[in-house]
Design a protein around this ligand. Structure first.
Ligand code: PEP
Ligand code: MG
Length: 755
């Protein structure tokens, strides 16, 4: 026999009235449990709320002993209530006491009740508490009653999230919602940022939960889904999904979900239970998320992200909002929290108010990382589930030195970090004092320290940092942040500004390194199996000479009367350099024919980042004016370890013997040919690794602006002769050097070198 008298819609409508009454939180909860019990015809209805200490506390009850309220508690995982919280799933039992997890709490008087239905109180997949109904009779609750109770739980979740329960929190306890959380991610950009969360894609807050008219909501849903499908089809058909920062397979997955009857049916069911269409989408998504957050399978987790995105799109569609980031007014100390973001999107925020970036994804050499470093903003990546656990405005600390994120930090953590920030500021001041001091070792060896740059925001650093020049100017960044292909005149202007800012210091322009993962939004993306080893950089430039030629022309114009240094990326054969050089020669002739003033001096070089060049070093150094090692790519191809794949990126050490030997070989051959060689990958900016490079024979290193101070401090403390004598013979002798990193660390500590 069905026991539900009034339908769930009637219950929700009554709940709405209760929510609007001017009563305090305890009175409201008390009324809610009475209403639910009456509606489900249960003798008992209880609300347990999850505290920060992982304990579920009874906050209200109808039917159990009221004296137990705020006294009875169960740990997550303990008893039936704890089990529901741990699994984030409903539990429907005709004979609760027979369940092995049943934990008897005598003070509640619940021994009289046999059947038990409990559901988690969820918000964005996070468990905030448990809602339970009980009956004396042995009965199994119907599926639609389970559904109705889950819907009701959503109303309570909103009450918790809105902070209403704060007023009745017992002394000495805290709600889980405000619990400090700690994420151990991966350090992407050095620095420490304290501030408040700004969600890059703010969740649309659904405040209107309860609907008047279910059929109107169903019609609204149908229209929104139709619009959503059309927009996805259009996007896929247009082929320019790269413009929306999306990949084809993701969109295909969206389309699959958007046509998934199961998903849509669940949303319809929630509407039939009395929710508005947008609240129904949110509810279904929250249930799915709660289950999938416990998944460790990376494929399923990825699908969860897709489904999240789709649900957000649908909610925006229902609420008439535009897709894409909703602009929020930024606090003075914004910490941008995102699953992932593009370099251009980070730049859009402007530098002034951003303290840090915290990502669920993001790799150490991804572009948002490179831009964060260029801007001097702390960044941490691989913080699992951060986006759903953070709320807009939460206090947060991002430690880009250790890769830690503290969300809603406790006071002692905040104090410790405030101290760390002061310490870092003092250290920065010391580095600033080094600015005009020479970069010279204790035994008088000059190590030229240069900058990696690529954006106009980098330019002031060229003169302010005391760098010897720009060792790597990544020209593709201008192209990546533009909304259309920069015209030749725009490129010329840009390069002129760079040379002006460098004020006579040498600047090495690297020609466009696009393709692979560096996608230009306006250039049709080509699907490749292995983009890093695909049609990129010089390969693309030689096959599409129009683009490279325009860039070379712009560089020649910009450098009129000055020195121009051009470097070609991803060269794997000397012949590619010859072809590129021939293009430059043709452009110079063209310039002369038109009576343009060319550069006063032209230097052409290559990046060494493909291992095949290691077997052509003599031929190479014979023809190039200089070379620069792109150790990020060289290492990835040397070890066959994808630089952006965090699962394998840590597998080998850049300071391992094989790579050090390769680097040693390059510099030895370069010296034999009198060809200057620089190293401009990320290892140049890390004091310990830079120290090893100096010992291997490198005399020029190029790095991000923030790395200059620490590396210069290291150089000035280094007795290079002693280190070389310790490192090199061991490196050359088979089996003599097991752990170069340990040797370097020990040397630094014995010699008081700051790393
Ligand atoms: C490198 O590969 O080391 C390098 C400096 O180039 P990028 O990081 O831009 O690929
Ligand atoms: Mg590279």
């Amino acid at each position: 026999m069905r026991s539900t008298l009034a339908g769930p819609r009637v219950l929700l409508r009554r709940l709405r009235e209760v929510m609007a009454e001017p009563i305090n939180a305890q009175e409201r909860l008390d009324k809610i449990v009475v209403l639910i019990a009456a509606n489900v015809v249960a003798e008992v209805c209880s609300v347990y709320i999850l505290r920060a200490d992982g304990v579920l506390e009874l906050y209200a009850t109808e039917g159990l002993n009221r004296d137990a309220v705020h006294k009875t508690s169960l740990k997550v995982g303990e008893g039936l209530v704890g089990l529901i919280a741990a699994d984030a799933r409903p539990l429907n039992l005709p004979n609760a006491q027979a369940h092995p997890a049943f934990a008897y709490r005598p003070e509640t008087g619940e021994d009289a009740y046999n059947s038990f239905l409990g559901v988690p109180i969820l918000r964005a997949g996070r468990t905030l508490g448990v809602l339970v109904v009980q009956n004396q009779s042995h009965r199994t609750y119907f599926e639609d009653e389970v559904e109705a109770l889950q819907t009701t739980a959503m109303v309570i979740a909103e009450m918790v999230a809105a902070g209403e329960l704060e007023a009745i929190v017992q002394q000495g306890t805290k709600l889980d919602l405000t619990r400090p959380m700690h994420f151990h991610g991966v350090a992407l950009s050095d620095g420490v940022g304290l501030g408040h969360v700004v969600l890059h894609e703010p969740r649309v807050v659904v405040t209107n939960l309860i609907a008047e008219d279910a059929s109107a909501e169903l019609a609204k849903l149908e229209r929104a889904i139709a619009r959503l499908r059309i927009s996805l089809d259009d996007l896929l058909a247009s082929g320019d999904f790269a413009q929306h920062g999306e990949h084809r397979e993701v969109l295909e997955a969206y389309r699959m979900f958007a046509n998934d009857r199961g998903w849509i049916r669940k949303i319809e069911e929630a509407i039939n239970n009395g929710l508005t269409a947008e609240a129904a989408v949110e509810k279904v998504q929250s249930d799915t998320r709660a289950r999938m957050m416990r998944q460790t399978d990376p494929y399923l987790r990825e699908r969860l992200h897709d489904l999240d995105d789709l649900a957000h799109r649908l909610i925006r569609e229902l609420m008439g909002r535009q897709h894409g980031p909703v602009s929020e007014s930024l606090p003075q100390d914004a910490v941008i929290v995102a699953r992932n973001m593009g370099a251009a999107e980070l730049l859009d925020y402007g530098r002034d108010r951003i303290r840090a970036v915290a990502l669920e994804e993001g790799g150490p050499t991804s572009h948002v990382t490179i831009v964060a470093r260029a801007l001097g903003i702390a960044a941490v990546g691989l913080a699992e589930n951060l986006v759903s656990l953070a709320e807009s405005g939460d206090a947060v600390i991002v430690d880009g030195e250790s890769g830690q994120i503290h969300l809603r930090p406790a006071q002692d953590i905040e104090n410790a970090y405030a101290e760390k920030v002061r310490f870092r500021a003092r250290r920065q001041a010391q580095y600033r004092r080094l600015r005009n001091k020479p970069s010279i070792t204790r035994d008088n060896v000059d190590i030229s320290l240069q900058l990696n740059a690529g954006l106009l925001v980098d330019l002031p650093a060229v003169s302010e940092s005391g760098a010897a020049g720009v060792g790597l100017f990544r020209t593709e960044l201008q192209f990546m942040v533009a909304s259309s292909f920069p015209r030749m005149s725009e490129q010329t202007d840009y390069y002129r500004q760079v040379l002006d800012a460098a004020d006579g210091r040498p600047v090495t322009f690297r020609t466009l390194d696009i393709g692979g993962d560096k996608v230009l939004p306006y250039l049709r993306a080509i699907q490749e199996e292995n983009p890093a080893m695909g049609w990129r950089a010089i390969r693309f430039g030689l096959d599409r000479p129009g683009i490279l030629r325009t860039q070379i022309r712009a560089l020649l114009h910009a450098a009129a009367g000055r020195e121009l240094r051009i470097m070609f990326p991803m060269v794997s054969a000397v012949s590619e350099f010859h072809q590129a050089k021939a293009m430059v020669d043709r452009e110079i002739k063209h310039l002369r024919r038109h009576d343009h003033k060319g550069p006063e001096r032209l230097q052409l070089g290559v990046m060494i980042e493909v291992p095949s060049l290691l077997y052509q070093l003599d031929e190479l150094f014979d023809v190039v004016d200089f070379a620069s090692i792109g150790s990020n790519d060289l290492f990835q191809f040397f070890t066959a370890v994808d630089r952006g794949n965090t699962r394998v990126a840590g597998r080998f050490d850049t300071m391992g013997v094989p790579f050090l030997r390769a680097l040693r070989q390059i510099v030895e051959r370069a010296n034999a040919h009198n060809t200057p060689v620089t190293l401009c990958g990320e290892i140049a900016g890390q004091p310990l690794q830079a120290m090893a490079l100096a010992a291997l024979g490198y005399r020029a290193l190029s790095m991000s602006p923030a790395a200059l101070g620490p590396v210069k401090a290291m150089v000035r403390g280094l007795d290079l002769g002693r280190l070389s004598a310790r490192l090199l013979p061991r490196l050359e002798t088979p089996g003599a050097l097991e752990d170069p990193r340990a040797l370097l660390r020990a040397f630094a500590s014995d010699n008081d070198i700051s790393l």
